[in-house]
Write a protein that binds this ligand. Structure first.
Ligand code: SAM
Ligand code: SF4
Length: 329
């Protein structure tokens, strides 16, 4: 049975946050006073496998991405990847790469061949300002090591006006001699992240800026892709823009989410969520809860108003209480 919502969208993709803690504290993602879950509140490896199996075998989910917080803070992260691989779905992992060196071999052995890595700057001081940790050198070393090992790398850069928009070209130019996929993400509003519409460097600005220096061509996007992909002809890598703020792609969204404490969310911006873990621990059937959660999905942006400048106050007022770090991007 497929997970269909009332707007006719079929859901095939699930993001599972496996931990809400993080070893970075990016300003756009984690409020300074963030509190974390206790270990017993997190889904165990077995619970993750049980819920994932239900989504795959009963509801036809074909893609699962592990995220967080920082997923590699869990010592069993590679074992969880291994469990998911056994379900014969496409498995991905999004990481800040801080502790990637400790997990790379295990992840590779588990069968993982691609990583989404967050990196917002190539400047160590700026990294410290954005991530509130002085770990740029370690992160970049780990990205290079993973790339050299043969991992396909997607670099995610959150572009914030006046903070790192002057590095967009440098990121694009990284694709000249490296088979790396760079993704520029518009700065999105979440609880406690200081968002303002004026801080969003829009995707059309990004393309205009890149196009003023390099000509590029459009590539084909997957039907449910959130990113619009491009390439400078002849260059090894590619780049893409993710325009959630100025041009949302809700109409083709096929994603569902599960937080680290087992709450199901049908949208990144959802304000309602469904607890799957407590009923599972009581031995109850969670299938009807999953189906009801999907049916309640809003047509756009979790029911928030459009992220236009004149709607800014409303957006900020109506945001979910969860910061991005505890949702799982
Ligand atoms: N710790 C991992 C990492 O940083 O890749 C995984 C979790 S992080 C929440 C997942 C993704 O969300 C990252 O690529 C991050 O850049 C993105 N993200 C977090 N806050 C965001 C925001 N306000 N706007 C856009 N993207 C954001
Ligand atoms: Fe941590 Fe990733 Fe959020 Fe940065 S973006 S605070 S690395 S979870």
């Amino acid at each position: 049975m497929a997970l269909l919502d009332t707007h006719g969208r079929t859901h095939r993709s699930l993001r599972i946050s496996i931990v809400d803690k993080c070893d970075l504290r990016c300003t756009y993602c984690m409020p300074e006073d963030q509190r974390f879950l206790r270990r017993e509140e997190l889904m165990t490896r077995e619970e993750i496998a049980t819920i994932a199996r239900l989504f795959v075998e009963r509801y036809g989910i074909t893609k699962i991405r592990l995220t967080g917080g920082e997923p590699l803070l869990r010592p069993d992260a590679a074992a969880i990847v291994n469990d998911l691989m056994a379900l014969h779905v496409k498995v991905g992992l999004t990481t800040n790469a801080v502790s990637l060196h400790d997990h790379l071999d295990e992840l590779w052995s588990a069968g993982l061949r691609s990583l989404n890595v967050s990196l917002d700057t190539f400047d160590a001081d700026r990294f410290k300002r954005i991530a509130r940790r002085d770990l740029y050198d370690q992160v970049w070393r780990n990205v290079r090591q993973a790339h050299d090992k043969g991992m396909r790398i997607k670099l995610n850069m959150v572009v914030m006006r006046g903070m790192n928009d002057d590095e967009i070209l440098r990121f694009v130019e990284l694709t000249q001699h490296n088979d790396i996929h760079v993704r520029f993400i518009e700065f999105m509003p979440f609880a406690g992240n200081g968002w303002g519409r004026e801080r969003v460097y829009t995707y059309s600005e990004m393309l205009g800026h890149i196009g003023s220096v390099h000509s590029f061509e459009k590539l084909n996007d997957d039907a449910h892709s959130t990113a619009k992909a491009y390439r400078v002809p002849g260059w090894e890598g590619t780049f893409a823009v993710i325009s959630t703020v100025t041009e949302p792609f809700c109409g083709s969204c096929d994603r569902l989410r599960l937080t680290a404490e087992g709450k199901m969310r049908n949208c990144l911006f959802a304000r309602e969520e469904t607890d799957l873990l407590a009923p599972l621990r009581r031995g109850e059937d969670i299938a009807p809860l999953i189906e009801a959660n999907v049916l309640a999905k809003h047509a756009m942006l979790g029911g928030l108003p459009p992220f236009r400048p004149e709607k800014q106050e409303e957006v900020l007022h109506d945001l979910s209480a969860r910061p991005m770090v505890s949702i799982g991007g």
